[in-house]
Every structure is written in structure tokens, then in C-alpha cells.
Ligand binder design. Structure first.
Ligand code: GDP
Length: 263
């Protein structure tokens, strides 16, 4: 199973065991492989990787970005070195392989946060990309919301920061971050409604209010889904724009800052 696979990746080098990790998720084509290659800088592993199984790559914060836990340490403190490193765990984005991504979520290894990468150029109203992305994000957030009933490791993770990284901002048709946020919220509202209707139609939810409640994302009874509704479940969601390739070169400083503040 994937959790075991993740273990083997993490334990292959003893130096990696204590590194904080960031999970990278997102639909196929959103730019995960490109992002890993960019973040990793140097080693070749990511270049040939085909997004079929999760891989963990060791990353280092670029000079200038200081991890928040380092703020009060002196520059000479040797722990500075290790704290600036983190593991980026890549997960497959293909629909059929999604359960791998969801499996690694329930078995976090020193997990500090989750990056959900989206292609901001495929999120216009009516775009199939918007529907698929909202569908996937809905499932990921619901799983995080339900973690209280999950594994011990998942329970131990009290707060879960989620970054929705709106990628491909270099493209003319890309939606700005604020619109990525509102479009996803509107589309997740639809997903939420159709899922609960599906449950009712199948009879699964009948007579069992608790079950229905468990599968409802965000605030019960709300007509519109908002990411802020996840705060009640200790899940903070932020949407920040950037681009991995194209334009005048990579623009990922907002994502770096988000990561550095969580290590
Ligand atoms: P993955 O399936 O999530 O691993 O996505 P890839 O990393 O393979 O990227 C899919 C395609 O999007 C590739 O052709 C990338 O070159 C392209 N891509 C990734 N990031 C960007 C970006 O920021 N801007 C543009 N224009 N293209 C990008």
C-alpha cells in the first residue's frame, strides 16, 4: 500500500526521517512535475518521473526565505541547516490513481501542510477543468475534515494548512487568484449539492442524519460553500498565484513564503 511505500521512501536515507514534509496534490497537467523539478534544483529524479506513484524529494528553502521556526535562532545555530530542508511528496493526479493521494493524506509523516496545485488557465465557468478540479478538491478537503475519525497520525495533526497554488499565471487566459478562489467555491458548492443528492437517491443517507452530516463539506445548512467554512475543522485555506514556467521565468515566491512560514 502507499503508506508503506511512503515509509520506504522516507527511511531510505536516515537523514530524511525528521524532515518536515509538504504534500503536493493536484489534477494531472496542473504542473506538479514541473514544480518538483523547480523546487528540487539539481538532482535528476524528478525529470524522468511519470507521476504514477508518490515520490518524495528533498528540497531546500532558497536563501532569503527564513522558516518561521528559525526566526528566533541565531545564524550560527546548526539546527538552521536542517530546518530549511523539507520533503515535497508528489502524488499522482490521474483520476484513477487518486486514492493513492488520499491514502498518503491519512498517514502523514511529519506533515506540515498540503499544496493543491491547479491550472488557473482551465478554471473558467463551464470549463471541464473547473469541474474536475473542484471535484478533486472537494474530496481532499472532505477527507481532511473527516480526519478526526481517522488514523492516529492524522489526528495528531491538529491544524492543516492548505495552499491552493494557482499555477500558470503567465498565461493570458489564467484567472487571477481571487477569481480562482471564488470559481472553485462556486463549483464546490455544486459538487457538494450533487453528492448529498446522490446519497439521498441511493437511500444511503436515509434515516441516518449523522452519516449525512459526515459527508457534507463545510458548514451544515449553508447554501454556498466558502473555504472559510473549513476553519471550524482547523483547516486553513489560502489561494496564491504563481507560475512554474513561462513568462519571464518562474514566479513562485508567494508559495515559497507560504511553505517557509509552516516549517
Ligand atoms: P503534472 O501532470 O501535474 O505533473 O503537470 P506537468 O508538470 O507535467 O505540467 C503539465 C504541462 O503544463 C507541461 O507542459 C508544463 O510545461 C506546463 N506548465 C507547468 N507549469 C506551467 C506554468 O506555470 N505556465 C505554463 N505556461 N505552463 C506550465
Amino acid at each position: 500500500t502507499i503508506p508503506i511505500f511512503l515509509h520506504s521512501v522516507v527511511f531510505r536515507s536516515s537523514g530524511l526521517t525528521t524532515l518536515p514534509s509538504i504534500l503536493l496534490i493536484g489534477p494531472s497537467g496542473s504542473g506538479k512535475t514541473s514544480l518538483i523539478t523547480l523546487f528540487e534544483r539539481g538532482t535528476k529524479a524528478a525529470a524522468t518521473h511519470t507521476s504514477q506513484t508518490p515520490i518524495a524529494v528533498e528540497c531546500s528553502l532558497p536563501v532569503g526565505a527564513v522558516a518561521s521556526s528559525d526566526k528566533y535562532r541565531s545564524d550560527n545555530d546548526p539546527t538552521n541547516q536542517t530546518h530549511k530542508k523539507f520533503l515535497l511528496i508528489d502524488t499522482p493526479g490521474h483520476g484513477k490513481l487518486r486514492h493513492h493521494a488520499l491514502a498518503s493524506l491519512t498517514n502523514p509523516q511529519n506533515l506540515k501542510g498540503l499544496i493543491f496545485l491547479v491550472d488557473a488557465a482551465t478554471l473558467s465557468a463551464g470549463d471541464e477543468g473547473l469541474r474536475q478540479t473542484a471535484d478533486y478538491l472537494h474530496d481532499v478537503l472532505l477527507l481532511l475534515q473527516k480526519r478526526v475519525t481517522g488514523s492516529k497520525a492524522a489526528k495528531a495533526m491538529k491544524e492543516i494548512p492548505v495552499l491552493i497554488a494557482a499555477n500558470k499565471m503567465d498565461l493570458f487566459i489564467a484567472l487571477p487568484a481571487a477569481l480562482v478562489k471564488s470559481s472553485l467555491e462556486a463549483e464546490i458548492t455544486k459538487v457538494r449539492t450533487s453528492r448529498s443528492k446522490g446519497l439521498l437517491d441511493s437511500g444511503i443517507g436515509m434515516g441516518d442524519a449523522e452519516d449525512e452530516k459526515d459527508d457534507w463539506l463545510g458548514e451544515m445548512g449553508s447554501t454556498s460553500f466558502k473555504f472559510s467554512q473549513m476553519e471550524e475543522f482547523d483547516i486553513s485555506v489560502e489561494v496564491l498565484g504563481g507560475n512554474v514556467v513561462g513568462g519571464e521565468g518562474p514566479t513562485v515566491d508567494k508559495w515559497w513564503k507560504w511553505i517557509s512560514e509552516r516549517l
